[in-house]
Write a protein that binds this ligand. Structure first.
Ligand code: SAM
Length: 307
């Protein structure tokens, strides 16, 4: 089942204008895009995704709502260039709903799930030639430990990395359940009994395969550069690393430069171009938390261009 996280909150935050130009940076299964399209009868929606399966599904879904949209198969890092090449230099709102979609996680063949046996893959972009297999079988022990620790916040990262390297000296590690087995043998039995001992390592490898953290800051800054005055950007994140990046980018762009902070009057060119729409981070409602466990760790931040 596909469930769009904080759909109402995110759509409300964008404050859609009937004739506006909007971007959904992460189309997925079009839950948010469908709502946007319903509300912009005279406007236009550009939707990005790097996953052809998600695009094929969502194209049919959105066609039922209207024709004023275009789906672009591209990494959202290139949003600015893709739009420029279509003559679009400014937009009225941008939504990022980061990470993987539930259909990606649920489809065994994609190799994202630690519950289902599949080839080690985890590519969101099926045209990419870099997969979880490459990370697991070619990274040094040190690099494996670093990503598992940093992107997975996994306490047993060093043990897991050591055991991956030991296991692959015999033969390459090719499947998800082989990897789960190595992870289980890398932690105390008490931890293994607790649920999902592989969750953090799988998250870390997925982030590495898709360069999720590496490209986030640049993607947000480039996207903000095409936001028109009064335009809003809403970003939904699913873990603390992502949220920290979003929070810091928004902070940097909404604060007065420290060089001129103490001055009685801040010259216009030093005044921030953006403001935070709400000081506090937005989290899912009680009802949503009950209906969709996956929304538990989600956070929504919203920023607006003011000059
Ligand atoms: C959480 S899902 C979005 C769900 C969507 N909002 C909905 O309501 O159905 C994230 C989607 O973004 C895509 N994605 C993640 N990172 C991306 C990137 N850097 N460039 C393009 N698409 C990306 C994934 O393939 C996935 O389909």
């Amino acid at each position: 089942m596909h469930y769009s996280v904080m759909k109402e909150e995110a759509i409300k935050a964008l404050n859609l204008k009937d004739d506006g130009t909007y971007v959904d940076a992460t189309l997925g299964y079009a839950g948010h895009s469908e709502e946007i399209l319903k509300k912009i009868k005279r406007g236009f929606l550009f939707a990005f995704d790097q996953d052809i399966q998600a695009i094929n599904y969502s194209l049919e879904k959105l066609k039922k709502v209207g024709s004023n949209f275009e789906i672009i198969k591209s990494n959202f890092l290139y949003m600015k260039e893709e739009l420029e090449s279509r003559g679009v230099l400014k937009v009225d709102g941008i939504l990022f709903d980061l990470g993987v979609s539930s259909p990606q996680l649920d489809e065994a063949g994609r190799g994202f799930s630690y519950h289902k046996d599949a080839k080690l893959d985890m590519r969101m972009d099926l045209d990419s030639n870099f997969s979880a297999y490459d990370v697991v079988n070619t990274y040094s022990e040190k690099d494996l430990a670093r990503i598992i620790f940093t992107y997975g916040e996994e306490k047993y990262a060093r043990e897991i990395a050591r055991n991956i390297v030991a296991a692959r000296t015999y033969a390459p590690i090719t499947t998800t359940l082989e990897l789960v087995d190595i992870i289980r043998h890398s932690m105390p039995i008490k931890k293994v009994i607790e649920k999902n001992p592989a969750r953090k390592t799988f998250q870390a490898i997925r982030i590495e395969v898709n360069h999720e953290i590496e490209i986030l800051e640049e993607s947000l800054k480039k996207a903000l550069s095409i936001l028109d005055i009064n335009g809003k950007m809403a970003v939904i994140t699913f873990h603390s690393l992502e949220d920290r990046i979003v929070k810091n980018v928004f902070k940097e762009l909404t604060e007065v430069d420290s060089l001129v902070k103490g001055l009685p009057e801040i010259p216009l060119e030093y005044q921030p171009k953006f403001r935070l729409v709400s000081q506090k981070v937005i989290t899912p409602s009680e009802t949503e938390l009950e209906e969709n466990k996956r929304s538990r760790s989600s956070k929504l931040r919203v920023i607006e261009r003011i000059r």
